[in-house]
Structures are given as structure tokens and as C-alpha cells.
Design a protein around this ligand. Structure first.
Ligand code: PLP
Length: 386
């Protein structure tokens, strides 16, 4: 199998699994318990918190562990609006956010919040001028992701965060697809809140962090205990947190080597596909992108059919976010970039991983040529339906 869907999830690093195993077997304490078993678990959680904080550019007490990136995004949006509901009723997001942000913003809209959705240019990037024009006296929160999950396009988060700082507005960025892929500490971007999820950087599923810069107004949205400084009630996932720390350390240590290697493989794949298949475009090619992601649109074919055709050949890619699989709607990200519904429907996302090789990329380019040629022949055959 050639697995090229790393933006959906990545396999657990063996080193992370190794670090987790004691906490899934003999070391089963609850970190909130007052006895030795509890202290042992607490020490492991706090050691992991220190390591994750240092890598991400935060203080340990600024890390709030959550059960997923989705939960962390929910806490950011719901927690800030809840804390600041007397100050204003307006928040700003972008048209290309992950559903974890998009659907939460829609839910807040149903609760009476006004939401401005910033457009993107044809390159898939938000323009800082658009944010400057959207900010109002009653804006309490701006949330714009660092790297898009469908296209890999990197957003100008430092500029957006600076604009918000000038106006005294809280800024959140979803860094789930950039952390461990870009040579930066997300904490250096100037955001008040940052979301990072373990399973996108070779850690375990079911654990994430919302980084909350000291002084950022945030109310809890779950109740039931004083965990995570009262911001996220619920017993910590000790093994998951320990695995998260191991994965974060390894991802940041490998960055300098992995980034350029993946970018070269991504460029090789795109060059081969563009040279051999007609009617292809690379979405977001004109903007800075994370090195592992390629969004390709093929004229006259359905992305879903390409995904199935490649799957039969043992190659795993996707049409976009795993959270929207089964959703017949074309990607809202590609539509926001100005692609028509048919072009958006004819798109796939290829996301490379740390074990991807040149041979994988070459086999994928060949399989794409064959699959797209076959699908086009079927759809242009005289007795083709529709
Ligand atoms: N944000 C982005 C940009 C993502 O790509 C994803 C997952 O696809 C999430 C948030 C959600 O993270 P999780 O799967 O940990 O809930």
C-alpha cells in the first residue's frame, strides 16, 4: 500500500508507542489522585506538557490538553466568545477553515453572534487588508488557520495576529496542518490561541492541545472538574499525552531534513502529473504551501472516482478532509478559491508523509495517468450515461 493521505492522519511513531505502553499497562494512575500511582501519572503529564510547550513556543501552564483538534477549536471559539459576550457580538473567520471552526462559527451565529467570513484570493490565501476592513469595535475574536488541510496553502497569520493585537482583538489559529511541517514554533506567530493535534504529526489519535497565551480571556465549555486549570474538565489521557510529547519532539527534530525532502517529492509528483496528464491544475501553486500537500483538479473527471481508481491499485489519497467523506458537496475551500463546482468536484488531495519515497511518487503519477485516461474514455464513450 502507498499511503498518501497524511493530512487525514499519520501512523503512530514506534517511539511514541513505546513511550505510551507503560501508561496503558502497569502505570494506570489517575493524575488527580493523591497517592503514589496518581503522582506518577501527574509527573508524566507535566513532563510531557513541558516538552510540548517548549517545542510549540509556549509556557507549560499555557497548554490545555483536549481530546482532539476539533475539541480544541471548539474550546477556542466557544470559550472566547463566552468570556467576552458582554464586550461584543462579532467574530471573524475565513471561508477556508476546517469544519471544526466553520461549523462552530455557524453554531455561534445561530446563537446570535455575527460572523464575517474572509474571502481568499485565487491562490487560496487570506489577504490582511480584508481582515483590516472586517474588524469592528464589537469584534471579539478572529480565527484563521495557519495551513489549509485541502491545499496546504499557508496563511499570513503573523500579519493577521498583529492587526488583531493593534485593535485589542483575540486571535486564534488552527495550526493542526502546519505544526511539525513548517520550520516555526506556532507560539512565535503572535496568536493568543493555537490548536495542535497529535495524530497529524505521528502521535496518537484522541489527544490535542489548545495553547492559550497568558491573559487571553477564555471560559470553559465543559464542567465537572478542575482539570487543566479549570479550562477543560475531564481526566487527562495520560498515555496519549505522553505519546504526543514523544511525537512532537521527533517531528520538530526531523523538520530541517523532512521539509525540503517532502517539498522535492511533492514538486516531482506535480511535475510528472502536469507533464503527462492533460487538463490538470495545481490548486494554490502560486502561494506558499506546507511541503507535503498537493491539491490537483482534473478536467472532466470526478475526484471520488479517481480516489476509488487509485485505491484499487493500493494507493490511498482523498478528495479532501476525512471529516467530509461521504459529503457530496465539492470542497468549500476550492469553491472559495474561485473554482467552479465541476472543477472542484474533479479534485483530489495527495498528502505525503515521512516515509514517502520517490518510487511511491512515481508510481502514483503513473497510476493517475492511467486512471484519469480510463475515466475520461468511459465518460466520453458514445453509450456513456449522462
Ligand atoms: N483542523 C484542521 C486544519 C484539520 O485538518 C483537522 C483534521 O483533519 C482538524 C482541525 C481536526 O483535528 P482532529 O482530527 O484532531 O479532531
Amino acid at each position: 500500500m502507498i499511503y498518501l493521505d497524511s493530512n487525514a492522519t499519520t501512523p503512530l511513531r514506534p517511539e511514541a508507542l513505546e513511550a505510551m505502553l507503560p501508561f496503558l499497562s502497569e502505570r494506570q494512575g489517575n493524575p488527580s489522585s493523591p497517592h503514589r500511582a496518581g503522582h506518577e501519572a501527574r509527573a508524566a503529564v507535566e513532563e510531557a506538557r513541558r516538552r510540548i510547550a517548549a517545542r510549540l513556543g509556549f509556557e507549560p501552564e499555557e497548554i490545555v490538553f483536549c481530546a482532539s483538534g476539533t475539541e480544541a477549536d471548539n474550546l477556542a471559539l466557544r470559550g472566547v466568545t463566552r468570556a467576552l459576550r458582554k464586550k461584543g457580538r462579532h467574530l471573524v473567520t475565513s471561508a477556508i477553515e476546517h469544519h471544526a471552526v466553520l461549523h462552530t462559527a455557524r453554531d455561534l451565529e445561530r446563537d446570535g453572534w455575527e460572523v464575517t467570513s474572509l474571502p481568499v484570493g485565487p491562490d487560496g490565501a487570506v489577504r490582511p487588508e480584508a481582515l483590516a476592513a472586517a474588524l469592528r469595535d464589537d469584534t471579539v475574536l478572529v480565527t484563521v488557520m495557519r495551513a489549509n488541510n485541502d491545499t496546504g496553502v499557508v496563511q499570513p497569520v503573523a500579519e493577521l495576529a498583529a492587526l488583531c493585537r493593534e485593535r485589542g482583538v483575540v486571535f486564534h489559529t488552527d495550526a493542526v496542518q502546519s505544526a511539525g511541517k513548517l520550520a516555526e514554533r506556532p507560539g512565535d506567530l503572535g496568536a493568543g490561541l493555537v490548536t495542535v493535534s497529535a495524530h497529524k504529526l505521528y502521535g496518537p489519535k484522541g489527544v490535542a492541545a489548545l495553547c492559550v497565551r497568558r491573559g487571553t480571556p477564555l471560559s470553559p465549555v465543559t464542567t465537572g472538574g478542575g482539570h487543566e486549570r479549570g479550562l477543560r474538565a475531564g481526566t487527562e489521557n495520560v498515555a496519549g499525552i505522553v505519546g504526543f510529547a514523544a511525537a512532537v519532539d521527533l517531528a520538530f527534530e526531523a523538520l530541517a531534513a523532512d521539509g525540503p525532502r517532502l517539498a522535492a517529492l511533492r514538486d516531482r509528483l506535480e511535475a510528472r502529473v502536469l507533464a503527462r496528464v492533460d487538463g490538470v491544475r495545481v490548486n494554490g501553486a502560486g502561494a506558499p504551501r506546507v511541503p507535503n500537500t498537493s491539491s490537483l483538479s482534473f478536467r472532466g473527471v470526478d475526484g471520488e472516482s479517481i480516489v476509488l481508481g487509485l485505491d484499487v491499485r493500493g494507493i490511498c489519497v482523498s478528495t479532501g478532509s476525512a471529516c467530509s467523506t461521504g459529503d457530496p458537496e465539492p470542497s468549500h475551500v476550492l469553491l472559495a478559491m474561485g473554482l467552479g463546482p465541476r472543477a472542484a468536484q474533479g479534485s483530489i488531495r495527495i498528502s505525503l508523509g515521512r516515509t514517502t519515497t520517490e518510487a511511491d511518487v512515481d508510481a502514483t503519477a503513473t497510476a493517475l495517468l492511467e486512471t484519469v485516461t480510463r475515466l475520461r474514455a468511459i465518460s466520453s464513450a458514445p453509450d456513456a450515461e449522462g
